[in-house]
Ligand binder design. Structure first.
Ligand code: OKP
Ligand code: ZN
Length: 342
């Protein structure tokens, strides 16, 4: 399997996040991608390519120009204000407030985010832009005839909506790639989000559409981030009604429960008649993940890849979460090897 990867992810390195009332070092750090890349090499998964540059146009199919302009220019504005440290939002247009766009940097930052988990640093735009190009490059490989490809994206993307950053995400790499398939003539794309956290951004982007089926297995939002989306009764709306499948699971779920949910998702994808699958590949379902509550073990990721392969469809894997740093590589590459050896 071909892997696409850019060193530019190193340009994004937030200093801290809020956890249980304390500022702690960011869990979403450069070593994550380094471990995955090292494992891809160690297992000789296949060639590793840098991304091509498809420009802004494919990003604009998912994100608004206003959002991209804000994100690209935010760091320079922060520097012009003599800002110290990472740029982080602290006020959001929650219920009872208006959805006006203020003129101030922090006002606009609140408008374009849903939490304080997506710090903007000097290189965040470039890193996120390159991650999106990595996803598009892997997508192009599949469009060109490859049966599968791995986009080793960092930062991740599945929490990012059309005009929102949050949850470590800025640009929705999986959604951008899914849209590229459609723009190149495919008519039915399925997204399978196996990250521990619900992909609220991806769901919202495709919620009213039937050309992308969104399926997700995740920690029940009643108890888990992102809390405000990801419930089983969210089925899609308008022409997208019936094209959104959420499979929330209780904390402590292991392969018996998780694998059954995967079976349900895969059967839905097959019934849909998908032509291609985009897998939002988070491996924070691992038993030792520091911020998650599922109990998958490393061999389970081989089974995951095997079941996805049984769908028999061209498959684009897009890296999302996973924070047990040393094991991320083993678990992510196990999915890819399980797929490839099936
Ligand atoms: C991103 B991905 C505690 C609160 C925030 C955010 C989790 C984002 C996960 N510091 N937790 O889906 O792996
Ligand atoms: Zn996650």
């Amino acid at each position: 399997m071909l892997t696409y990867y850019s060193d530019d992810h190193h340009l994004h390195h937030g200093s801290c996040e809020l956890m249980d009332g304390q500022l702690v070092p960011c869990f979403e750090k450069p070593q994550r991608a380094e471990h995955v890349l090292a494992r891809v090499k160690e297992r000789q998964l296949g060639a590793i390519h840098g991304p091509s540059d498809f420009g802004r146009a494919p990003l604009l199919r998912i994100h608004s120009a206003a959002y991209l302009d804000f994100f690209e220019g935010a760091w320079a504005r922060w520097q012009a204000e003599q800002g110290q440290g990472d740029l982080l939002p602290y006020t959001w247009p929650a219920r009872t407030l208006s959805e006006r766009l203020p003129s101030s940097l922090h006002g606009q930052l609140g408008y374009y985010s849903f939490d304080a988990g997506a710090p903007i640093t000097a290189g965040t735009w470039q890193a996120a832009y390159s991650a999106a190009q990595v996803a598009l490059s892997a997508q192009a490989a599949i469009a060109g005839g490859a049966h599968s490809a791995f986009a080793l994206c960092r930062p991740p993307g599945h929490h990012a909506a059309g005009e929102l950053m949050g949850g470590y995400c800025y640009l929705n790499n999986a959604a951008i790639a899914a849209q590229a398939f459609l723009d190149q003539g495919r008519t039915k794309v399925a997204i399978l989000d196996v990250d521990y956290h619900h992909g609220n951004g991806t769901q919202s982007i495709f919620y009213a559409r039937n050309d992308v089926l969104f399926t997700s297995i995740h920690g029940d939002p009643v108890a888990e981030f992102p809390f405000f989306l990801g419930y089983a009764d969210e089925l899609g709306e308008g022409s997208g009604a019936g094209y959104n499948l959420n499979l929330p699971l209780a904390a402590g779920s292991g392969w018996d429960v998780w694998g059954a949910a995967l079976e349900t998702a895969c059967q839905r994808i097959a019934a849909y008649g998908a032509e291609v699958i985009v897998v939002s590949l988070g491996v924070d379902t691992f038993k030792n993940d520091p911020i998650s509550q599922f109990k998958l073990d490393s061999p389970d990721y081989l089974r995951m890849g095997q079941r996805i392969a049984a769908l028999g469809l061209p498959t684009l894997f897009v890296m999302e979460g996973g924070y047990a740093v040393a094991e991320i590589g083993i678990n992510a590459v196990n999915v890819l090897e399980g797929f490839q050896n099936a």
